[in-house]
Ligand binder design. Structure first.
Ligand code: NDP
Ligand code: 8X3
Length: 248
């Protein structure tokens, strides 16, 4: 029987790339995101079985409803990729937009918790599973104007470590992937559709692609049962820290 991967944020960027690479590995996919047209397009693109679940991770009732609707044949999930997330805004704390702060805490932290809470009991009861949390270098360091986004990713870092401790002995592995600069729709979301500002983030060096990160996730989930890669940071070669990028 094929393994099943449940991927949040599969409509774009790292989540979509991981869906494609795990499909290559033969995983059946439960793909999640709010943009249903993109979920459908992804389903059409892969050769494996897919289940499309459209919900907003901020909405606990929607999360629980979507996960409760999973048919029995899809309930035995092997990999949960907690990837849905974004930065909203980049400004000094005194200039910050409270709606942006709410969005980042609600999506990146609470959404990850809602999805995990709904799926982890089944993993524990079957004695196996692998949760991969997408953190960020912003969860390891703080950078100017990053304040609340960095706080949300520091929370993911703490939750990742806490999950791994609490699930120790259950057969469920927990890993974190913390990327540096990856060229996806991330900056378009952060800068609210400002194309020039978004492009400028990735100018003058070779940023990571979503596939570079997906390849690391694929490596992590395909290790033997006795191996757990608990935490990783992946940078473009030109990056050494959040604010240290060798731009030509
Ligand atoms: P993208 O903007 O390309 O993708 C974000 C994904 O998250 C989309 O599929 C989007 O789906 C989903 N998403 C966002 N908000 C919600 C929501 N409220 N409910 C459900 N799904 C949601 O960005 P990336 O691929 O770059 O980001 C993926 C993860 O990687 C994030 O957690 C991000 O913080 C992290 N990261 C990104 C880095 C980068 O430089 N790009 C670096 C480090 C970490 P939809 O809009 O269809 O709902
Ligand atoms: C995304 C990378 O440097 O914009 O998490 O925070 S960064």
């Amino acid at each position: 029987m094929s393994k099943i991967a449940f991927i949040t944020g599969a409509t774009s960027g790292i989540g979509r790339a991981t869906a494609l690479l795990l499909a290559e590995e033969g995983y059946d996919l439960i793909i999640c995101g709010r943009r249903e047209d993109r979920l459908k397009a992804l389903s059409d693109e892969v050769a494996v079985r897919t289940l499309e679940l459209s919900f907003d991770v901020r909405n606990r009732v929607e999360v629980e409803g979507a996960i409760n609707s999973i048919p029995d044949a899809w309930k035995s999930i092997d990999v949960l990729l907690n990837n849905a997330g974004n930065a909203h805004g980049l400004s000094k704390i005194q200039d910050g937009n409270v709606d942006d702060w709410d969005a980042m805490i609600d999506i990146n932290v609470k959404g990850l918790l809602y999805v995990t809470k709904a799926l982890v009991p089944e993993m524990v009861s079957k004695g196996s599973g692998h949760i991969v949390n997408i953190g960020s270098i912003a969860g390891k360091e703080v950078y100017p104007n990053g304040n609340v986004y960095c706080a949300s990713k520091h929370a993911v870092d703490a939750i990742n470590n806490g999950m791994r401790m609490d699930l120790n002995g259950t057969g469920v592995k927990v890993s974190q992937v913390c990327p540096g600069l990856v060229e996806t729709e991330f900056s378009m979301v952060r800068f609210k559709g400002d194309t020039d500002r978004s492009k400028s983030v990735y100018e003058g060096f070779d940023a990571l692609t979503a596939y570079d990160v997906a390849d690391l996730i694929r490596f992590i989930v395909t290790r033997p049962a006795h191996v757990n890669i608990s935490d990783t940071v992946i940078f473009p070669a030109a990056q050494a820290a959040s604010t240290l990028v060798d731009k030509k």
